[in-house]
Design a binder for this molecule. Structure first.
Ligand code: EPZ
Length: 432
């Protein structure tokens, strides 16, 4: 099993370039099979979630050509199956976008129920509500979402809760339905807008993405397109917080500052220094940061995907802080691991009460999920001594070239096999 070994205490200094947004790329790759023409997508993050989805669409007949490590060409004209039930589909959440895409393209889809980080029950009732409102017959059987419809008819859909996945999935199917679909209480995240912009570049007619009302006029055909995916706001936020956590100085490049406003505001509130440029932000921190209260909300609020990084930063801030998780019901699993490093955090229901300590100390910890894992790496980077983070495959699902980007910023960390005692000893001798 692979693990990171980290020697903490060294400020991260330098520049890092942010990759394309994982959660936009998943929806865009699913959308790309809805046309029989070729699409070319740039700034695709080269991470396991994306590579698994590319494998899946190849399995059902799509042609996938990797132009370079971050550019792919996809042609869905030879898709010969609407059943997606390979075992590895269950590893990621984004596979469920193939339901909306295949429903739109061929009016049928049998897709394995999604996996993804275990941070709550993660139901798909709103996805099903959207498909059924468009006239599809949907049932769950044999672990598959089975959906079919003679014809998809535009509808006025009011989501019971704001769901990124349900908004994108329903938008995919509605883009090739007959007539007008209106989505109310739609998610406003930047990646929802990115998927809508991609569909429009293929000839779809979608207006209002980024607001809570999206209007979609269905079209009978989508055409090829060339598109570049927006930068990953969560990867950007993670490196911003790592700079603050290690009292470093990082220029985070290839970002859209508007997408980072909630993170920037909190960092300034607790005493970090931010300089904003057109497509970059510089984050510096000196001395101990202050405390604050954070509630995770849908965009443009403070995003749940940055909650573990925020809690970790506040673990060594002065005073008592409170972080309330309003999106997922089980997203504090990493806190037990932080407490093994000396953090003083009490979780009551969906709230973490954080009593800031002077320092964390290195320990062996296990990543429970993608963002909890990256928060534990952050903790290791600022702790005294050595930290081992296990289950690094979670982290590599969502962060491209993670350890090399960290090493280029001066992080003393390597990835080793847990039984490679020689490599572990060599690293410890080297960094002292
Ligand atoms: C997407 O998950 C992201 N994943 C998550 O990122 C992100 O945390 C989440 O959106 C919120 O921003 C991908 O895009 C692949 P939701 P998704 O539907 O679509 C409830 C990461 O770390 N809900 O917006 O599954 C649900 O239980 C991952 O990159 C229903 O009740 O999130 C949750 O409480 C983790 N019924 C809330 O809505 C539904 O049908 C938000 O879920 C759908 C959702």
């Amino acid at each position: 099993m692979e693990q990171y070994i980290i020697k903490g205490g060294k400020p991260l200094v330098g520049e890092v370039t942010i990759s394309g947004y994982k959660n936009a790329a998943l929806g865009i790759i699913a959308a790309s099979i809805m046309t029989d023409e070729t699409v070319k997508i740039e700034n695709v993050p080269n991470i396991s979630d994306i590579n698994i989805l590319l494998q899946v669409i190849e399995q059902i007949g799509a042609k996938v050509e990797r132009v370079n490590k971050n550019t792919i060409k996809i042609n869905g004209s030879k898709i010969n199956s609407h059943t997606v039930d390979m075992d590895y589909v269950r590893k990621l959440r984004g596979s469920y976008y193939l339901v909306g895409a295949l429903l739109g393209k061929c009016r049928r889809a049998n897709v394995a129920l999604p996996g993804g980080c275990n941070i709550g029950s993660r139901p798909i009732d709103q996805h099903i509500k959207g498909f059924e409102a468009l006239g599809a017959y949907v049932k769950i059987e044999r672990g598959l979402i089975c959906a079919q419809s003679e014809r998809l008819q535009g509808a006025h859909i009011y989501f019971d809760c704001t769901s990124v996945g349900a908004t994108i999935n329903t938008m995919l199917a509605a883009s090739m339905a007959d007539g007008l679909t209106i989505l109310e209480n739609a998610a406003k995240e930047p990646h929802v807008v990115d998927v809508a912009n991609f569909l429009n570049s293929m000839g779809a007619n979608i207006k209002g993405a980024g607001t809570d009302v999206i209007r979609i006029k269905g079209v009978s055909k989508l055409h090829g397109s060339e598109y570049s995916i927006i930068p990953d706001q969560i990867e950007a936020g993670t490196f911003m917080f790592a700079a603050a956590a290690t009292k470093g100085d990082i220029l985070v490049k290839n970002v859209i500052p508007k997408h980072l406003e909630a993170f920037t505001a909190k960092l300034i509130e607790i005493g970090a220094q931010i300089e904003e440029y057109d497509d970059a932000v510089r984050v510096r921190a000196f001395g101990r940061l202050g405390n604050t209260h954070v509630k995770t909300l849908v965009y443009p609020g403070f995003l749940t995907d940055m909650q573990p990084q925020m809690t970790t930063l506040l673990a060594v801030s002065s005073g008592t802080s409170i972080v309330t998780e309003n999106i997922f019901e089980n997203r504090f699993k990493y806190v037990d691991e932080l407490c093994r490093m000396g953090a003083k955090i009490k979780v009551e229901s969906n709230t973490a009460i954080i009593e800031g300590v002077e320092k964390l100390t290195g320990a062996v910890v296990s990543a429970p999920d993608l963002r909890g894992g990256v928060a534990l790496v952050m903790a290791g980077l600022m702790a005294d001594g050595f930290t081992i983070v296990e289950n690094v495959e979670y982290i590599e699902r969502g962060y491209e070239n993670f350890e090399s980007k960290m090493q280029k910023l001066g992080a003393l960390m390597i990835k080793v096999d847990s039984d490679d005692i020689k490599a572990i000893k060599k690293f410890k001798l080297k960094v002292g």
